[in-house]
Design a protein around this ligand. Structure first.
Ligand SMILES: [Zn+2]
Ligand SMILES: [Zn+2]
Length: 568
């Protein structure tokens, strides 16, 4: 047997194999994080988070599971970042302290956003961030990395051309091809072609737009569509987008100035991002344009553009507060125009729909992505994805960034471009992809992958048990039984009290409750008189076990069960 085939899953490989490990971002949209490992040395690409789907039970973010990196801190060469969107940088404050705070490499804009956000975490060690730029190569261990400019919907978006001992690897970052972008240069096809001609062993390409036919819209076209809305709006314009969607924010400001509107920005992260982009000259505003929210009542309606987050239906964002009339400075009225200027991230559809309905109900004019292409996904559609594969003509191909269906579609596109099926890997989070000069294969083992939840205003991890409790509470309710025990006789006094919420309607469940009380009394009396000394925790657990089984048998539900024993 060939020695190379028998390597141990967790020990560093000595042979000439490059391992690619997507920790997250495959089979989902958001929280992108990928590892490249060569002879035990690890390069990280991106550390993103995502928002939870519906039914998130107090969870703000979901971040990648980095268990695989535990104990390997000193082998981490650094982390390189494609761009400043939160699905690529958002998990930094949660991950950095756990992996030994390695050096981060990011464009000046992404660096600005990373450092600004870090101010919310004053107790953490200072981040070390090195600036990287288009075409400026640098080396980390065995990897020679050349960032290259890619169009998207935020400036300074970088793909990576990585020279490795097994061959050249290209990571596209999020991208679209744009001949008339905003804040950016048009796509440089000649340069991409030159890169492809250097020989690309392995291409990893953004799949977010893989199910969309044709070509994505240019930022210029989106600008024109937005302008149409500005032309028609008679009252206030309320435009919502991602806080990091800097191109869109810039467009909204520019149009406001053109149509003599003042701009009010709500939301700390959006304000911060605008400030950083202004410093780097990606957003230009005239002196008088930006005003504070308390100016709203003093201005005529047609002079107001209100810019905020919440286009994904996020519960705590300003747009939701406006819909539920909880926002102090702006009460919706007939004649207002609402713009949802970002595509809906999978999983958020229901929230966004409910929000839209509410705005229609209150008489606003609503524009969203199905009606007009104002969201312009910053992600290339099928024609662009095909073109990227054609330009790189890689030996091996792996679709990244996207729901599983998108990855599969993208792999089909690659086959259409002549990449043989056996040279394409449709991987999922935690898969270990082994890459050699002439071979690519998945290991049977996967690395440990879970979803780490961040709750309470994004400050702390939520334990899995806590989340499961919340889910159980929501699904099956809670059942508390309180027994008073005479400390002289160790027998239950009287009949235990029952408090139940969201489980069964107490008045209609007399028999069930009678039986529950009986079983509780029997269990306590039996156990308290058969052991010495008495272990009350043990008895409580026994009551819990017994009742849980009984209640499930009778109701097929598993409420949170809390037996309480009080000695008097
Ligand atoms: Zn992005
Ligand atoms: Zn992304």
């Amino acid at each position: 047997m060939n020695k190379i085939e028998t390597n141990q899953q967790t020990s560093p490989i000595k042979e000439d194999i490059l391992r690619i490990i997507p920790l997250s971002g495959l089979g989902e949209v958001g929280r992108n994080m990928m590892l490249m490992e060569y002879k035990g040395l690890i390069l990280i690409i991106d550390m993103g988070f995502k928002m939870p789907d519906d039914g998130s039970f107090g969870i703000d973010y979901i971040i990648p599971d980095i268990s695989y990196l535990r104990g390997k801190e000193k082998n981490i060469l650094g982390a390189i970042f494609t761009h400043g969107h939160y699905d690529h940088i958002g998990a930094i404050p949660y991950i950095q302290p756990k992996i030994g705070n390695p050096i981060l490499y990011a464009s000046p804009l992404a660096k600005g956003i990373i450092l600004k956000r870090q101010e919310n975490f004053p107790n953490q060690a200072k981040l070390k961030v090195e600036e990287i730029k288009d075409s400026k190569s640098f080396s980390l261990g065995p990897f020679k990395i050349t960032p290259f400019r890619q169009n998207h919907n935020i400036p300074e978006n970088l793909g990576f051309f990585i020279k490795t001992p097994v061959g050249n690897i290209v990571h596209t970052s999020d991208f679209k091809f744009d001949q008339s972008p905003i804040n950016d240069l048009p796509t440089d096809f000649k340069k991409l072609e030159e890169m492809g001609n250097k020989g690309v062993l392995f291409l990893m390409s953004d799949s977010t737009g893989a199910e969309n036919e044709g070509h994505s819209l240019s930022e210029k076209t989106i600008f024109e569509n937005l302008e149409e809305i500005f032309k028609q709006a008679k009252g206030r314009i309320i435009a919502s987008t991602f806080a990091s969607h800097l191109n869109r924010i810039q467009q909204i400001i520019a149009l406001s100035e053109k149509y003599k509107r003042k701009v009010i920005v709500d939301g700390l992260s959006m304000k911060d991002n605008i400030e950083i982009a202004r410093r780097l000259k990606y957003i230009k505003t005239e002196k008088q344009t930006m005003v504070r929210p308390n100016q709203i009542p003093k201005l005529p309606d047609k002079m107001i553009t209100f810019c905020c987050t919440g286009a994904q239906g996020e519960k705590r964002a300003t747009l939701m507060k406006i819909a539920t009339k909880e926002y102090r400075f702006l009460k919706l009225k007939r004649g207002d125009t609402i713009i949802f200027s970002s595509s809906v991230v999978p999983g958020n559809e229901r929230n966004v729909q409910a929000l839209k309905d509410e705005f229609y109900r209150q008489g606003a004019t609503v524009y969203h992505s199905q009606m007009m292409d104002i969201h312009a996904s910053g992600h290339g559609h099928q024609e662009e994805l095909k073109q990227m594969i054609k330009l790189m003509h890689p030996k091996f191909f792996m679709p990244i960034h996207g729901q599983y269906s998108m990855l599969v579609k993208h792999s089909e596109l690659a086959q259409g471009q002549g990449v043989p099926k056996k040279n394409i890997v449709v991987a999922e989070n935690g898969d270990i992809i082994n890459l050699r000069k002439n071979k690519i294969y998945l290991e049977k083992n996967k690395v440990q992958i879970g979803s780490i939840m961040i709750g309470k205003l994004g400050l702390s991890e939520v334990d899995k048990v806590v989340l499961e409790d919340r889910q159980a509470l929501a699904q099956d309710g809670i059942f508390v039984i309180i027994a008073i025990v005479d400390s002289k006789t160790n027998k239950v006094k009287g009949s235990p009290d029952i408090i139940s919420r969201g489980f069964v309607y107490l008045k209609e469940s007399k028999n069930l409750l009678r039986e529950t009380r009986k079983r509780t009394i029997n269990t306590i009396n039996r156990m308290a008189n058969s052991s010495e000394p008495i272990n009350w925790d043990y008895i409580k657990n026994e009551v819990k076990r017994e009742l849980s089984e009984f209640l499930f048998r009778k109701t097929e539900r598993r409420p949170i069960l809390l037996p309480v024993i009080i000695q008097v």
